[in-house]
Design a protein around this ligand. Structure first.
Ligand SMILES: [Zn+2]
Length: 457
């Protein structure tokens, strides 16, 4: 049956301004008319959905969400203890939380085994309701790269989110395997020297990339030859430059980019997914009792400040951006902070709210599976639509407030998923850290007042 959605205010994503009194007509999940209600076809018995009091816009995309991570508190939670089968079931639950936040599409860049690939296929097969998913397999990484966290004498577990390759030939082989398994994109870890120190702090060195230019060129060429997109994790300048020169499709982070990087990115026509929410949440939210407090959150603030400066310049120079949050960590839980990325773009990168919304709608669409039918409210596209109480073009932060969402439509159908509280100890937190302190006599004496007051309760 045809659906006629009456929109009080409509932001299609394709224009800078919203329009009043518009109608969207949907047939078989696809939009067949968008325009003034006065000129719209008559319902003639079709279903009328009345959003004449609300602001209507395209469903959002979070281009950087990791369904396999499980709101992890540490890399061990991500890589080691939970079987990948459990992670897939947990990820399905979490994907629904993401959808409930108005995020109708995600890209999952970096996965354990085939966890998100299976969630994607289960949703596409109609087994479960969930967002549209574009996914990579495990990061392709080197002995110098991100996701090879553990000492060489431990190595990288098979259940890790990364796959270490020891030569360009092994990298090509891994890319071919992942494409055969059905991934949509290839994620390459380009930041080097990311091994965690025993104190949990990365000795991240932004200068040395994980792969050299020649190695990356070969991986990107093979990825493109197989018809897939190549995306890199690159915070450092060198990894960003190599990514631009190799002609990857999207660079994640690019926190330390300078004018030379911006020129190379513009010349190669690339897109950046800044992913600032993870950095900002770390220094805004970490409590003194968190391992991430102190050195790590200080580091996040320094990186964020560099990124605000460089990415503002890149935005001014015309580098397109797509919004992503690195959702999946305990500091960026599912369904919570997706729209914060847009708030950060407005606050720190100088974007207008309309530009920020486009980073989560129109801009990412070409990089998603079936993307030509996503990202905007336009004829021929999927009716992935949000109706909300407010106007995020006036206050972008409204998109963080889930209570404002009056309806979320996926392919023209109102979503029916709901969520409920969970015991996180049974869902993640499987690593063996049992105490947050060392209970020497001196420490116990220092703590005695608070311990006693707890005991007295
Ligand atoms: Zn990530």
């Amino acid at each position: 049956m045809k659906k006629f959605i009456r929109c009080g205010t409509l932001f299609t994503g394709l224009e800078d301004k919203a329009k009043k009194d518009q109608t969207i007509v949907v047939e078989d999940g696809l939009i067949t008319y968008v325009g003034p209600t006065s000129k719209a076809p008559k319902p003639n018995g079709g279903e009328v959905i009345d959003h004449s009091k609300w602001f209507v816009m395209p469903g959002m995309t979070d281009f950087h969400t990791h369904l396999a991570y499980g709101n992890a508190k540490c890399e061990e939670d991500i890589d080691i203890y939970a079987p990948v089968e459990f992670r897939a079931l947990r990820g399905m639950f979490m994907a629904q939380r993401v959808l409930l936040a108005g995020v109708t599409s995600i890209c999952n860049p970096g996965d354990a085994a085939r966890v998100t690939l299976s969630i994607r296929d289960a949703i596409n097969a109609g087994l479960f309701e969930g967002p549209r998913i574009t996914t990579s397999g495990p990061y392709v990484t080197s002995r110098q790269g991100l996701t090879d966290w553990y000492p060489t004498w431990i190595g990288q577990p098979e259940t890790s989110i990364g796959h270490v390759v020891r030569s360009p030939d092994e990298a090509i082989e891994e890319i071919r395997c992942q494409v055969k398994d059905g991934v949509d994109v290839i994620k390459i870890a380009m930041d080097g020297d990311m091994a965690l120190q025993p104190n949990g702090v990365s000795r991240y060195n932004g200068l040395v990339a994980a792969f050299n230019q020649e190695e990356l060129d070969r991986m990107v060429t093979e990825t493109h030859r197989l018809g897939k997109r190549a995306i890199t994790h690159a915070r450092g300048k060198e990894s960003t430059m190599y990514s631009a020169r190799a002609g990857v499709d999207i660079i994640f982070h690019a926190s330390h980019l300078d004018n030379e990087c911006i020129d190379a990115i513009l010349a190669a026509n690339l897109v950046i997914c800044p992913t600032l929410t993870l950095l900002v949440n770390n220094y805004e939210f970490s409590q003194p009792t968190d391992g991430a407090a102190g050195a790590w959150s200080d580091y996040c603030r320094v990186e964020a400040e560099a990124a605000f400066e460089g990415l503002s310049k890149a935005h001014k120079a015309g580098v397109p951006m797509v919004a992503g949050t690195d959702t999946g960590f305990a500091i960026t839980p599912y369904g919570e902070w997706h729209a914060k990325e847009l708030e950060i773009y407005v606050k720190y990168l100088g974007m207008t709210p309309a530009e920020a919304i486009r980073t989560a709608t129109v801009n990412p669409a070409p990089f998603l599976s079936d993307g030509e039918r996503l990202g905007a409210i336009a004829v021929g596209r999927h009716a992935d639509i949000l109706a909300l109480d407010g106007n995020p073009l006036q206050d972008i932060s409204q998109l963080l407030d889930k209570s404002r969402f009056k309806q979320i439509l996926l392919g023209g159908e109102p979503i029916t998923v709901s969520t409920h509280d969970i015991d996180t100890r049974q869902v993640s937190e499987f690593s063996y850290a049992m105490w947050g302190d060392i209970y020497t006599q001196q420490r116990v004496a220092e703590l005695s007042n608070s311990i006693r007051s707890i005991a007295a309760e």
